[in-house]
Design a protein around this ligand. Structure first.
Ligand SMILES: Cc1ncc(C[n+]2csc(CCOP(=O)(O)OP(=O)(O)O)c2C)c(N)n1
Length: 687
């Protein structure tokens, strides 16, 4: 019996089958509105799980919205964190939060993050988003239930594609080993994942046999037949002896004809037109105050815009990208260059590309698009980053040139030990693409924003690390790493369209920084700046140096423009595209000749900043030489949902922030105020 008063034991509300069916329809409608307002998110999987959500939150799970932390409540773990809107709507319908607030989905600072964060919204049990981890968390919670003598059930919602993660099976093994009959797994078997049908990407069936052989009881149901869903979940509550898995056959996009069974609707949201049509098909158009909800979302967005506006350092002119009449740039996602290089060089029979179910979006599929003869060298690995990493090592051992990639956090963190031992230790020729790096990946939120990957990759012996600044440089870097560079290599690039500030003629030499100098305002950034290899550059007596990598390079050169126009400062920008091996010479000369070094990275502080300071502090050329240093970076905090450029402002990694910091540093140098730091130190010591 759900929705209890945890103090009196009285049932707050009980839903019969018809009421549940009706609620699920309405919940689907709210889902579409929230997704439309967010402009990004997952329609397909939120719709396929909605009947189960309604049954769990409104009828089966014991919980009390007035007492979300009730110790005896049933726990529901959403291992498929991307179905967060369905979770939020389930919680709202149960009374944990106002349903109209769910329309704030994926907005900056909202409790309704792109993937659920339990510290931001009551009723969310744990934070998820990296697939394959939920069942292990659920095992932990179920174990704690046994240890604490509690009778609650732990439910864990997973996807069928998610079953490809090896960790799911480690958890399944642990659940039966520990006799966790208080654990109920639910698999949303909608038969589609991002790259296509599960059976084609990486077949997981027969799931029934697999779970049975792992010591589970199994029950297959129609996940849209409310009677069956209710009976199965109610029986699950009473189930004893073994852990139980419900394999729910569902339809991705259920309830909206044009979304049903279409893989493309996995990570897509309805337009205004599609929203209207969807609500009509669901028969709930007249029951949802769509305009008022969208208005609420717009108002919230207005408040964000104002807050971010106040957060931005002010100058006499507006220097934002493409706002001025001159100084134009083309915006293009860096990931495009990756795909272009693979398309260009994929004819080499040694090249093999491994798919990790995010292929179109990171452009690795450009390797075979329009080239069917390459399909045999396209190896779909499913959502199984750890295994794929070691598979790549095996391929490299046999002379292949393997390339794999996914969100940088899953490409470089989840599989860190495999990269270390299978690839780096053996010095294998494997290229890892850390796509969608940095906060600017946007509304997916913290779980999908790699801000630590470069620490790990730079820390591995034998690994080379390149962070190109735009799509053109990404193409050049990919080509070089793929065909010429021997050994393990990590290429990190972003998702969002960012300024293109290099062209065909711009030099790209692995391990060698470029100097970028503002000459005079021009029609475009490319006209206004001159770029050359640092080794070919003299000294122009600049006021400061900014060392940047990746999409921070365009921000750094925009900062150089601001600094020249507003303060008359000359800036030496170093494009440090190769983080490892780092160009020590370029850093040492910049420090010696300009006396001010400011680093800029879209990463937790230190991937670039600490490598640069290490060079400065260990170089005999600089002994006794005053160097003022500063850093622009993410300050030891997790990311947030939000639009990409909002996050650049929120995390204070824009050109304006770089310029403000630069002014501070140059001021310190000019006024010889190095003693300020000493005063501060002594002061804090005293207190
Ligand atoms: C570890 C990890 N790898 C990759 C992703 C990116 N991703 C998000 S959803 C998804 C597909 C999930 O498919 P499935 O489990 O079948 O869910 P459904 O189709 O029901 O949405 C992938 C690969 C992720 N979130 N976590």
């Amino acid at each position: 019996m759900a929705l209890k008063n945890s103090v009196t034991g009285e049932v707050r509300r009980s839903y019969n089958i018809t009421e549940l069916e009706d609620a699920a329809r309405l919940m689907r409608g709210y889902d579409l509105v929230a997704l439309n307002a967010a402009g990004s998110g997952h329609a397909g999987g939120t719709l396929s799980i909605m009947d189960i959500t309604a049954t769990l939150y409104l009828r089966v799970a014991n919980h009390d919205p007035q007492n979300p932390d009730w110790a005896d409540r049933d726990r529901v773990i959403w291992s498929t964190g991307h179905k967060a809107p369905s979770l939020y709507i389930g919680l709202a319908f149960a009374g944990f939060c106002p349903i109209e607030d769910v329309v704030l989905l994926r907005k900056l600072g909202s409790p309704y993050q792109g993937h659920p964060h339990w510290l931001k919204l009551e009723g969310v049990e744990v934070s998820t988003g990296s697939l394959g981890q939920g069942l292990s968390i659920a095992v932990g919670i179920a174990l704690a239930g046994k240890l604490n003598g509690k009778n609650y059930k732990t439910f864990c919602i997973m996807g069928d594609g998610e079953q490809q993660e090896g960790q799911v099976w480690e958890a399944a093994m642990a659940a039966s080993h520990h006799g966790l009959d208080n654990l109920v797994a639910i698999v949303d078997c909608n038969r589609l994942q991002i790259d296509g049908p599960v059976a084609e990407v990486m077949n997981v069936e027969p799931l029934e046999d697999k779970y049975r052989s792992f010591g589970w009881d199994v029950h297959r149901i129609d996940g849209h037949n409310m009677q069956q869903v209710v009976e199965a979940l109610e029986a699950a509550k009473e189930h004893q002896g073994k852990p139980l898995v419900l394999l729910a056959d569902t339809v991705k996009g259920k309830g909206v004809s044009f979304m049903e069974n279409v893989a493309g609707w996995h990570g897509k949201t309805p337009s205004a037109e599609e929203l209207k049509k969807g609500l009509e098909e669901l028969g709930v158009a007249h029951r949802i105050p769509v305009e008022a909800l969208l208005e609420k979302a717009r108002n919230y967005q207005g408040a964000i815009d104002r807050k971010l506006h106040h957060k931005m350092p002010e100058f006499n002119h507006d220097y934002w990208w493409n706002r001025a009449l001159n100084m134009k740039v083309k915006m293009e996602p860096t990931r495009k260059g990756f795909g272009q290089a693979l398309a260009e060089h994929g004819g080499d029979e040694r090249v093999v590309c491994l798919g990790l179910d995010i292929s179109g979006s990171i452009t690795i599929s450009d390797f075979y698009t329009g080239k069917p003869e390459r399909k045999n060298r396209w190896l779909s690995m499913g959502i199984a980053e750890q295994s794929a990493t070691s598979v790549a090592a095996g391929l490299a051992r046999e002379g292949k040139l393997p390339v794999f990639g996914t969100y940088a956090t899953f490409a470089a963190a989840r599989n860190l030990d495999q990269i270390r031992t299978s690839i780096c230790y053996g010095e294998f020729n494997v290229m890892i693409a850390g796509a969608h790096g940095g906060v600017s990946v946007g509304p997916d939120g913290a779980t999908h924003q790699a801000l630590e990957d470069l620490f790990a990759m730079c820390g591995l012996p034998n690994m080379s690390v390149v962070v190109p600044c735009d799509s053109v440089e990404t193409r050049k870097a990919t080509s070089h790493l793929l065909l010429e560079h021997k050994g393990p290599k990590y290429l990190r690039f972003a998702r969002e369209a960012t300024p293109v500030v290099t062209d065909e003629k711009t030099p790209f030499v692995f391990g060698r920084a470029n100097v970028i100098r503002f000459r005079k305002p021009g029609d475009s950034f490319l006209d206004a700046f001159e770029t050359m290899l640092e080794s070919k550059y003299g000294d122009e007596g600049e006021d400061l140096s900014i060392i940047a990598c990746g999409p921070m390079v365009p921000e750094a050169i925009r900062a150089a423009w601001i600094l020249k126009r507003e303060f008359g400062y000359e800036t030496r920008v170093l494009n440090m595209h190769t983080l490892k091996p780092i160009d020590e010479r370029a850093i040492i000369w910049a420090a010696k000749q300009t006396g001010v070094i400011l680093t800029a990275e879209e990463h937790q502080i230190g991937a670039l900043a600490w490598r640069v300071s290490n060079v400065i502090t260990s170089s005999p050329v600089l002994y006794g030489q005053p160097v003022v240093t500063g850093a622009i970076d993410v300050k030891d905090r997790f990311g947030d949902s939000g639009a990409p450029w909002e996050l650049i402002k929120e995390f204070e990694v824009s050109a304006e922030h770089i310029a403000r910091k630069a002014v501070e540093l140059v001021d310190l140098k000019k006024n010889h105020r190095v003693t300020v730091a000493e005063d501060l130190l002594t002061g804090s010591h005293r207190s």
